[in-house]
Design a protein around this ligand. Structure first.
Ligand code: PEP
Ligand code: MG
Length: 556
């Protein structure tokens, strides 16, 4: 029966498809004793599960071809290893269930591999994956990790970490729904980067059965479970009409009376460039360089590898502005070789610029790579530091840029309330500010951005957050410098109008949001934007601010 669940819409558009759950880590099966007479049945179950997993791995290998095929076939062989299977059978004979027998036999084999030198130790992750697949099959729960599907699907997950999402096939994911995560979580950011609709903070997402057809409305936050065919057709028609209208909007970002507000793209690397160019981005307002570092969290990418990736992004906007953020590691983006493992409070610990100042060699390599990447290009390179707290932080970053011989503008992200409150003093050291409203909301409201239950406090319409935006923009204006927004707040079309009214000078967002923001901004004069901003700041709640701005703009 059709029913509607409500979460927070974070990436526009409508996705209709079958639910596939992101499998959670395999639970340890209980170590209960089974009666001896059950042993043959359990052995048959274990054998059947192993054969099914091996067949599935081989079939995937055939489809994938190349290097992936060799890896998958090796995994299929591991699953059927005769010694391992004999150990499973022995364990079942003395009272283990099929799943427990598999779990324990693999654990023993794993310990052997892990102690057998580099090459074999490197196979431990593959072995774990095989074990997880067999145990999940025996327990009748979804396979761990990214869903195994050859058909497009709507991904349901508790939350998504950047490391999970690296494995997603963007051609198969129609949309996202997560139980946790606020509007600024990585699930939301990724969905916008991929241009797929998404709803986060949806209570009950885990309870929607695998394979159910859902319609996800990324604007309203509604998820329709088992919508009727008529409803599906209607939603598809509305989404197509809206998309066509937006595709027709083009040109630079500006108000109806010609006040220019460059619309820039947030990118994670060269793979995001085609979408940014297609959406008509006027440059890059936030290049999240940490994605380059996530491939191998044990060490930094070489200077050459970094030069190559940076150059590709710079070349995509030959005459445009490209704002590169220095590595923002720590907290929700930990890197093994940089992030302390034992911090009691990682979001308040050594992260962002603090990490870079503790590892100057990593910062210097990155800044040098940027300098080399920009050599000979007419691009306007700007480099900014994440998590700047005060003037000393800003000065240390500017000094590091000078030391690397970087010919670029240096800037500071405003993500900590102290930076917004003392923006003028920070601007004594750097040439521009960029508001990271995701973290700024997190720290202003002491509300972890990864916790869905706190979505109300991470709402960027909160008047306290608007005040901090206004302080920063005013400081920039007073010193003749620029102050953009690169947090997710910029991707909300109505809020983009308010931010413009608060004095923000550029807006940077996931490429898919650019047409929405461009067409909304073009409807209003700068004076209207300012009145909407004033009304929003005068409200006492996020809903009040949204309603007040809407009222001003609709002329009621
Ligand atoms: C922010 O905090 O608003 C921001 C842009 O950085 P990130 O989301 O990558 O932390
Ligand atoms: Mg941030």
């Amino acid at each position: 029966m059709e029913k509607t669940l409500r979460g927070v819409g974070v990436s526009h558009g409508v996705a209709i498809g079958q639910v596939r759950h992101m499998g959670t880590a395999v639970l340890e099966p209980p170590a209960t004793q089974i009666p001896t007479e059950d042993a043959p049945r359990e052995q048959a179950r274990a054998q059947a599960a192993v054969e099914a997993v091996a067949a599935d791995l081989n079939a995937r290998g055939n489809l994938a071809g190349g290097e992936a095929q060799a890896v998958l076939e090796a995994q299929a062989l591991m699953a059927q290893d005769p010694e391992l299977m004999a150990d499973v059978a022995r364990r079942i004979a003395v009272g283990s269930s099929a799943e427990r027998g598999v779990y324990d036999a693999f654990a023993a084999y794993r310990a052997l591999l892990a102690s057998a030198g580099d090459y074999l130790a490197g196979r431990v992750a593959d072995l774990d994956d095989v074990r997880n697949r067999i145990v999940a099959r025996l327990l009748g729960v979804p396979m761990p990790g990214v869903p195994d599907s050859d058909e497009p699907y709507v991904l349901f997950a508790r939350d998504l970490a950047p490391a999970d999402t690296a494995l997603l096939d963007p051609t198969l994911v129609l949309g996202f729904v997560t139980e946790e995560g606020g509007p600024t979580s990585h699930s939301a950011i990724l969905a916008r980067a991929m241009g797929v609709p998404a709803v986060v903070a949806l209570p009950g997402a885990a309870g929607v059965p695998e394979g159910t057809v859902v319609a996800v409305d990324g604007s309203s936050g509604d998820v329709l479970v088992e919508p009727s065919q008529d409803k599906q057709d209607e939603l598809r028609r509305i989404a197509a009409e809206r998309k066509a209208a937006l595709a027709a909007s083009s040109g630079p970002g500006q108000t109806s009376d010609g006040h220019r507000v460059p619309l820039l793209a947030n990118v994670g690397g060269p793979a995001d460039l085609p979408a940014a160019l297609k959406a008509g981005a006027e440059g890059v307002g936030l290049f999240r360089t940490e994605f380059l570092f996530l491939d191998d969290s044990a060490k930094a990418p070489t200077e050459e590898k970094q030069v190559e990736a940076y150059r590709k992004v710079l070349e995509a906007f030959p005459e445009g502005r490209v704002v590169v953020r220095a590595l923002d590691a720590g907290a929700d983006k930990p890197l093994d070789f940089l992030t302390p493992a034992d911090e009691p409070n990682p979001a308040l610990g050594v992260r962002g610029l603090r990490t870079l100042l503790e590892h100057p060699e990593v910062m210097q390599t990155q800044l040098r790579a940027l300098a080399k990447a920009a050599e000979g290009l007419p691009v306007h390179l700007e480099v900014m530091a994440p998590m700047v707290a005060d003037r000393k932080d800003a000065r240390d970053f500017a000094d590091a840029c000078r030391e690397a011989g970087l010919n670029a503008k240096y800037g500071a992200m405003v993500e900590i309330p102290s930076a917004a409150l003392r923006a003028r003093s920070i601007l004594q050291e750097v040439e521009f500010l960029s508001l990271g409203t995701n973290d700024l909301a997190q720290y202003t409201f002491a509300a972890d951005r990864q916790v869905g239950a706190l979505a109300r406090l991470q709402d960027p319409w909160q008047p306290a957050l608007l005040d901090l935006v206004a302080f920063s923009a005013e400081a920039a204006q007073a010193t003749g410098k620029s102050c953009g927004v690169c947090g997710e707040a910029a991707s909300d079309p109505l809020l983009a109008v308010v931010l413009t009214g608060l004095g923000v000078t550029s807006l940077s967002m996931g490429a898919a949001s650019i047409p929405y923001v461009r067409s909304t901004l073009a409807k209003y004069t700068l004076a209207q934007c300012r009145r909407a901003a004033e009304a929003a700041r005068a409200a006492d709640s996020a809903e009040g601010a949204r309603a007040a701005a809407q009222q001003v703009l609709s002329g009621e």
